[in-house]
Design a protein around this ligand. Sequence first.
Ligand code: TXA
Ligand code: MG
Length: 315
Amino acid sequence: MAEIGKDINKAKRLLERGELVAIPTETVYGLAGNALSSASVAKIFDVKERPQFDPLIVHVPDLIHAEKYVVSIPEKARVLASHFWPGPLTFLLTKKSIIPDLVTSGLDTVGIRCPDHSLTRELLRSLEFPLAAPSANPFGYVSPTKPEHVQDQLGAKIPYILDGGTCHVGIESTIVGFEGDDVIVYRTGGLSIERIEEVAGRVIVQTHSVSNPKTPGQLKSHYAPRKKVIVGNIDELLLKYDTNTVGVLSFTKDYGNRVKFILSPSASIDEAAQHLFTALRTLDKEPIDLILTELVPNAGLGRAINDRLRRASAE
Ligand code: TXA
Ligand code: MG
């Protein structure tokens, strides 16, 4: 099993040796390795059992460092970074050749972000290289938001988990790209579209699901627990399915004496986002066959929550 601790120097030494370390961020835990080393990056794909067509996000301590790895930073990206970095926002920008092709699956853009977590920022500042880090879960499964989640699934394959507690946003970063003057959202996530639009004007949302591996990040079935997930009206679904074998994942309503998880009794979307992946993992361990759930209001982080629920329920 992996050691779990708060020792930044230990994490640094392991990473400098080419090993992988799980790192906390405000969104989810990442499985980190030296982004400039193809050997370390290859280990990431290996440990995650991730197909090499699915590129990785590179983590930097600030925008100055980002400049070292991308050809140019559009004005809108600068403005967004000044408002939201460090934070749950990833930019797709044309990479410099120093970033190995394996990181970007051969694409000429690299996903780059500055995570908002004090331990990880200190670690990033202490390193001579940026960290490539996908979410620290086996490919296709629910992302981890606590050190125990990482330990459960990847603990046997990595030496160290840097313990930064529970991720406070709880849902992966929002991914945006830039075309001319347009900002395009490719993955809804921990920074809402409303907040991006306040700063950058109207954005184009292109988060459609595809099964074509050449369009990374938009795989239809993703973020999925092993149990089947059905999204709909929970009261109606309960009439239809055998109530002994189902668990209920609701936004605010208490479905009584059964296997259940309430995302936010006080109807807070942000709290629901923070609890979503713990809820899916918890229900996945229960002796049930089905998880019945419902969409949340489609505003703020609700869009990202609904995106994850739809993908979790996709065949
Ligand atoms: O919040 C997050 O973004 C977390 C933390 C650890 O930073 N990371 C994360 O990484 O969610 P991952 O690998 O699980 O998801 C990154 C997504 C993938 O779906 C990938 O296809 C997409 O970003 N992506 C990365 N680089 C890309 C690129 N150059 N072009 C298009 N999509 C890209
Ligand atoms: Mg992931």
